[in-house]
Design a protein around this ligand. Structure first.
Ligand SMILES: *Cc1c(COP(=O)(O)O)cnc(C)c1O
Length: 387
C-alpha cells in the first residue's frame, strides 16, 4: 500500500523507504571493484521488507537476478509478475518438479541424490549446483573437485543446468583465520569451476554481501566465478557483522512504529505485567505500547530493550505481552494517549536499528528483520521523489 506517512494510524506498522533501498542497491554496486551483476537475495519476504515490492523496485533499477529460499516465495514472485532468474537457494521436494518447470524457476541442487531425484521426473528443471566449500550445509563436496565435475557433467544433459554456487560462511569476519578460510573456500570453488569451464555456465557465483565488498576484485582468482554477487543484508542497510563498516550512505530502510494506548502513574511497591518481574521503586509514569511479541517484538527484550518516544529512550519494563508492552516514560515530558512510538528506526536524533536491537538480544540484525510478524502491516513510503 502506498500512502502518505501522516495518514497511517495503526496499532503496529512498518514503513519501508523504497528510495533508501534503491540508494543502498546503487551505492553497493558503485563500491564493488568489478562490474559484477547483482543477484538480489529476497528470501524471507525480502528480510521482512516485502519481496514483491522490493523485487519490483529492483527490476526498475535493472536487476534481473533474484534468489529466494523456497518454492512458495518463488511462485509468489512469479505470480506478481516478477521476471528474470529466480534461484531457490534451498531444497524443494522433487514432488515440485512440475511447479519449478512451469514457473521457470531455478532450483539449487543440494546433493547428487537430489540431482538424481529431480532428473527422474519428466521435467527438465532449470538448476544450479550448490558446491560445499567448507560450510557443511548443502552441496557437492568441493574437496573432491573431480567428483564434482563428474556429477555436474552427468546431470548437465539430464537437467537444465545453468550454473553453480557456493556460500562463504565467514566472509563477514575480518581476522586472519577467517580470511584464510574464505580464500580457501574461494580457491576450492575456483578449482571446480575451472574443470567445467568448457560448459560455459552463465551463473557461477560465490560472493554474498560481505564478500562482494571485502574479497571480490578483478584478479584471476575471480575470473569465471565472480560475475555475480548475491546481495542480501547490505541491500537492507544492515551490517553482515557488527565489525563490518558499511559504505557511506547505506542505511536501514525500515521504521517500525506503534502507538501509546494509556499512560498512568504507578506507585512504589507495585509491580508491572505478567509474572510481576518489575518492581517499581520510585513513583513512575508507565505507558502501554500497542505492540507485543505476536508482532515480533522479541520477548527476550523484557526488562531490557527500549523504544523511542518523543525523541527519548523509554525502557521496556516487565514482560513483553503478546500484543502490548509496558515502558517507563517517567523522564519523558508530556507523553499521552495516541503518541507515536518508534520500535525500530529513527526518532529525532536517536536511532534504534535492527542491529541495535540485535545487540540487545544477543542475535543478529538478520533475525530481527525476519521475525517482524506478518500481522504488522507494511507501508511503502519514499524519502525522496525520485521513485
Ligand atoms: C542468505 C544468503 C545470501 C545472502 O547473504 P547476506 O549475508 O544477507 O548477503 C547469499 N547466499 C546464500 C546461499 C544465502 O543463503
Amino acid at each position: 500500500m502506498e500512502v502518505h506517512v501522516n495518514q497511517i494510524e495503526k496499532r503496529s506498522w512498518i514503513e519501508i523507504d523504497l528510495a533508501q533501498l534503491k540508494s543502498n542497491y546503487l551505492i553497493y554496486k558503485k563500491h564493488l571493484k568489478t562490474d559484477a551483476d547483482i543477484m538480489a537475495v529476497i528470501k524471507a519476504d525480502a528480510y521482512g521488507h516485502g519481496d514483491v515490492q522490493v523485487a519490483r523496485m529492483l527490476s526498475w533499477c535493472g536487476c534481473h537476478l533474484f534468489a529466494v529460499s523456497n518454492i512458495d516465495e518463488a511462485v509468489g514472485l512469479r505470480e506478481a509478475g516478477i521476471q528474470g532468474e529466480i534461484l531457490l537457494l534451498g531444497y524443494s521436494s522433487p514432488y515440485y518438479a512440475k511447479t519449478l518447470f512451469d514457473y521457470d524457476l531455478t532450483q539449487a541442487i543440494v546433493s547428487e541424490d537430489y540431482a538424481e531425484a529431480l532428473a527422474s521426473t519428466p521435467f527438465m528443471v532449470k538448476c544450479q549446483f550448490a558446491i560445499d566449500t567448507g560450510m557443511n550445509r548443502i552441496g557437492l563436496d568441493a574437496d573432491d573437485s573431480e567428483g564434482c565435475e563428474q556429477i555436474i557433467r552427468k546431470y548437465y544433459k539430464k537437467l537444465n543446468v545453468n550454473g553453480m554456487f557456493t556460500h562463504l560462511c565467514v566472509a563477514d569476519t575480518n581476522d586472519d583465520e577467517s580470511r584464510a578460510f574464505t580464500w580457501g573456500q574461494i580457491n576450492k570453488f575456483k578449482a571446480v569451476a575451472d574443470r567445467i569451464a568448457d560448459l560455459n555456465l552463465p551463473y557461477i557465483h560465490c560472493c554474498n554481501s560481505a564478500a562482494g565488498l571485502h574479497y571480490l576484485d578483478n584478479s584471476d582468482t575471480f575470473s569465471g566465478i565472480g560475475s555475480i554477487v548475491r546481495l542480501g543484508i547490505i541491500l537492507f542497510g544492515l551490517q553482515p557483522d557488527p565489525s563490518f563498516a558499511l559504505p557511506e550512505g547505506i542505511a536501514p530502510a525500515i521504521a517500525w512504529k506503534s502507538a501509546i494506548s494509556q499512560v498512568k502513574d504507578v506507585m512504589p511497591g507495585e509491580t508491572i505485567g505478567y509474572g510481576r518481574t518489575y518492581k517499581v521503586e520510585h513513583k513512575s509514569r508507565i505507558a502501554t505500547v500497542t505492540t507485543g511479541y505476536a508482532d515480533g517484538l522479541n520477548r527476550h527484550l523484557s526488562n531490557k530493550g527500549h523504544v523511542l518516544i518523543r525523541g527519548h529512550q523509554a525502557p521496556i519494563v516487565g514482560r513483553i505481552c503478546m500484543d502490548q508492552t509496558l515502558v517507563d516514560v517517567t523522564d519523558i515530558p508530556g507523553v499521552r494517549m495516541g503518541d507515536r512510538v518508534v520500535v525500530l528506526g529513527r526518532d529525532g536524533d536517536l536511532v534504534y536499528s535492527a542491529d541495535d536491537m540485535a545487540a540487545d538480544l544477543g542475535t543478529i540484525g538478520y533475525e530481527v528483520l525476519c521475525t517482524m510478524s506478518k500481522r504488522v502491516q507494511r507501508f511503502y513510503v519514499s524519502s525522496n521523489s525520485s521513485l
